[in-house]
Design a protein around this ligand. Structure first.
Ligand SMILES: [Zn+2]
Length: 288
């Protein structure tokens, strides 16, 4: 028998031993956390922005509302720990959560949207959260591992603002299927979109579209769209990056009032219908 049959190219490199039949590969290390056994989440959409204060949470909420109105089962994971505003918009409170046998169940809104937020775990809902980022990301990961979400067609994640360490860690922990970018006409749109595109590439997740918030005001008399902050650069940036513009949202005092009153679900603006073209498809279950 030729002793040297494993020697490759005459350079002395040994072929790795062939696995025996029935060999099981060792588990690969992964950052992504396993979902709670009580969760079956079909598609997860992360909503990101370049900074805070651009209405990322209202876009998240309106996206969830749109999907719910189409008949999908919907969840909102509020990962914007520095300004968790989802519960306020939906009128949800800590007592809307329930827990059984080490499992936490999300709060459910009047139209049946399930939500989890740090604000629902705080004794004082007004108290700002000032935690270091490892604690924050640990807590957020638990929203995924310890919360039984049930059957969810679309889960929208209100991400921490920016493209820094905290959103990146949240991305690594969650099985995100697509990203929506929220900008305003005042933003440095091309820079923000560029950073989001870089982050998306790193995470190997597609960018589904851009939403321009605070885009215009509608004249109450004639319905004319007045661009208070001038023409944004969303169209040209979107075209350059080949990303669709999913929606342009007005500054609407009615929306602000609905959010403040915890009644966003009664708001009838249907600005997010462009999602129909970009969301990864989920088959709508016929409800009995
Ligand atoms: Zn007018």
């Amino acid at each position: 028998m030729n002793k040297n049959k494993n020697i490759k190219n005459g350079k002395g490199h040994m072929d790795p031993p062939k696995p025996k039949a029935g060999h099981v590969a060792p588990p690969q290390p992964k950052l992504e956390a396993d979902p709670n056994p009580g969760s079956r989440v079909n598609k997860m959409i992360a909503v990101v922005s370049g900074k805070g204060g651009v209405g990322k949470s209202s876009v998240t909420a309106l996206s969830a509302l749109w999907a719910r109105r189409q008949g999908y089962t919907v969840g909102i994971l509020d990962a914007d720990i520095t300004g968790p505003s989802i519960p306020r918009m939906f009128g949800l409170h800590p007592w809307d959560l329930s827990a059984r046998d080490n499992t936490l169940y999300p709060a459910t809104s009047v139209t049946g949207i399930h939500a989890m937020s740090m604000n629902l775990l705080m004794e004082n809902e007004e108290q700002p959260v000032i935690w270091r980022s490892p604690v924050i990301t640990g807590a957020l990961t638990q929203f995924w591992t310890d919360v039984a979400w049930g059957d969810i067609d679309y889960m929208f994640v209100d991400m921490p603002p920016g493209t820094g360490d905290v959103p990146l860690t949240v991305f690594q922990a969650l099985p995100v299927d697509g990203i929506l970018i929220v900008t305003t006409p005042q933003d440095l749109v091309s820079m923000i979109v560029g950073k989001a595109v870089a982050m998306a590439k790193m995470m190997n997740v597609p960018i589904l579209g851009i939403v321009e918030n605070m885009s215009y005001v509608k004249c109450p008399h004639c319905g004319e769209e007045i661009r208070l902050f001038g023409e944004g650069h969303v169209e040209e940036t979107a075209a350059a990056e080949e990303i669709p513009v999913v929606a342009r949202l007005p500054i609407d005092p009615m929306l602000a009032a609905s959010c403040d009153a915890g009644k966003i679900e009664y708001y009838d603006g249907d600005y997010m219908s462009g999602l129909a073209d970009v969301l990864p498809k989920v088959e709508l279950k016929v409800q009995e």
